[in-house]
Design a protein around this ligand. Structure first.
Ligand code: AHR
Length: 497
């Protein structure tokens, strides 16, 4: 058995964990909207056509925000197609995913769905083929009380109260040449700034997210971001980061160390944000919105062939994918001073923890760590110091076998530890030590994993990867000892004093 020790101190922290790091993303793509959240023909849907089982599963995930309507989709989307009487809405070709968009689900349906789930909307505007003026019309439709054209249109459509959308993404992945309306960084920065000025002029309480570059593998990485940040610093509140992980080498040891790379991306952004703030001599802070992240193998059909709700990107997730998702969340917690928003991409049917069929729901492996983190990570993010063995992580070299994060909720005097054992053969005995306090009572221990890293939940065998309760104990020195499966995750809650 591997032996590891993780030291924390409740005074050594990076600030309060923003619960918005547990947000999600819903795009008009494949069966995410139609047959995912909205399926009037399903016996499992309510009177608005919303899938009840999906709603319930998402409630357990405690998502504070869901980003909508894209994604690549948004860069060619005319939001006015999706409002008003349903029978009058146009059917369009969706440029991004080559599908047929019926527009039966649009802004008002999304807002109704948000109200039903208790989730707040995070809206993305089209800055690809759309203009800042069209983007501000959507803001007017959503947030202004009435007495102006678009706000009155909302009221005519039966929605008297404004939706009060706080968070607005200024386009999506505009650095990517796959994006409709893709432009160089300088041009995007001008568009984004114009949109932010008009939109904040209409509603000063909103926050804006500028597009960052769309991944560390891109030649635009950080250059694009620097240009946008320098030009838009005073007009934006967040820069976005996107990352999709995959075990492309077919090497689980390598893949299970993905947290190293995730940390690197977040730390790159932290450094860039500090740098630009310094150059601008600004008092203002801009934070990171990691508004697309997940495991995505990208070896599936991406062309909807003109169909409505085609089966696209319906990934099947296994245990190692779930452990990589856990490492995303641990990284966001460890960088709570930088990452204020993060969206799991996506929530249902498309690269998602949930898969639907007309009369059933499959809960995938990645669902469980996300629920567990969102339920228990509260309060301050404590900084870990690890003493642990390394293991051979393929081309990544020797990597720490333990990935750890801890939250401390001062009000209740409790901590939650999130521990991933990246090693596949040996369980890990982890001793948790608090420099300034003692563990006094173990409240719960939940573990996921052990055994086959490729184990997945399927319609035939839906419970193969599910969490189970386990034990932990406190020793005489007030340290907590827990065993983490190989490979696996342990989430431990304890009272401290
Ligand atoms: O989430 C799937 C796609 O990934 C999104 O549409 C796009 O923003 C990203 O490239």
């Amino acid at each position: 058995m591997l032996q590891a020790k993780a030291y924390f101190d409740t005074h050594h922290h990076v600030g309060v964990i923003d619960q918005r790091i547990f947000s999600g993303f819903l795009e008009h793509l494949g069966r995410a909207v139609y047959e995912g959240v909205y399926d009037p023909e399903s016996p499992l849907s309510d009177e608005q056509g919303f899938r009840r089982d999906v709603l319930e599963a998402l409630r357990a995930m405690r998502m504070p925000l869901v980003r909508y309507p894209g994604g690549n989709f948004v860069s060619c989307y005319d939001w006015t197609d999706g409002i008003g009487p349903r029978e009058q809405r146009p059917v369009r070709v969706d440029y991004a995913w080559k599908s047929r968009e019926t527009n039966q689900f649009g802004t008002d349906e999304f807002m109704a769905w948000c109200q039903e789930t208790g989730i707040a909307p995070m809206m993305a505007v089209n800055l690809g083929t759309g203009t800042p003026k069209e983007a501000s019309a959507l803001l007017e439709y959503c947030n202004l009380p009435g007495g102006t054209y678009w706000a009155d249109r909302r009221i005519q459509n039966g929605h008297e109260q404004p939706y009060d959308v706080r968070l607005w993404c200024l386009g999506n992945e505009m650095d990517g040449d796959w994006q409709a309306g893709h432009v160089p960084a300088e041009v995007y920065a001008q568009r984004a700034k114009a949109a932010a000025i008009i939109m904040k002029g209409l509603d000063a309480s909103i926050e804006t997210v500028a597009c960052g570059s769309s991944g560390r593998g891109m030649s635009t990485y950080l250059h694009w971001d620097r240009t946008v940040l320098e030009y838009c610093w005073e007009n934006i509140d967040y820069i976005s980061a996107h990352r999709y992980s995959e075990n492309r080498r077919g090497d689980s040891a390598w893949f299970l160390a993905e947290g190293v790379e995730i940390d690197r991306v977040v730390e790159d952004y932290a450094a860039l944000l500090n740098y630009v703030r310094g150059v601008k001599r600004s008092q203002k802070r801009v934070y990171l919105s990691f508004d697309e992240w997940n495991v995505w193998y990208k070896n599936m059909e991406m062309d909807g062939k003109g169909e409505s709700a085609p089966h696209l990107l319906e990934e099947v997730y296994n245990l190692e994918d779930a452990l990589v998702c856990a490492q995303y969340l641990s990284s966001f917690i460890r960088h709570a001073d930088v990452v204020k928003v993060a969206c799991l991409a996506q929530i249902v049917n498309v690269i998602a923890p949930l898969l639907t069929k007309r009369d059933g729901l499959l809960v995938q492996s990645i669902y469980y760590p996300i629920v567990s983190f969102a339920q228990h990570a509260r309060g301050l993010s404590l900084v870990p110091a690890l003493e642990c063995p390394t293991y051979k992580a393929g081309e990544r070299g020797d990597v720490a076998a333990l990935d750890a994060a801890m939250s401390y909720d001062e009000a209740s005097g409790t901590v939650a530890a999130f521990l991933v054992n990246r090693e596949q053969r040996q369980e890990m005995r982890v001793v948790l030590s608090l420099g300034d306090q003692r563990f006094c009572e173990v409240l719960s221990v939940e573990v996921l994993g052990g055994g086959d890293a490729k184990a997945a939940n399927t319609w035939e065998e839906p419970k193969r990867v599910t969490p189970r309760s386990a034990e932990a104990h406190v020793n005489e020195a007030g340290e907590l000892i827990v065993t983490v499966p190989a490979p696996g995750l342990a989430v431990v809650r304890a009272r401290v004093s």
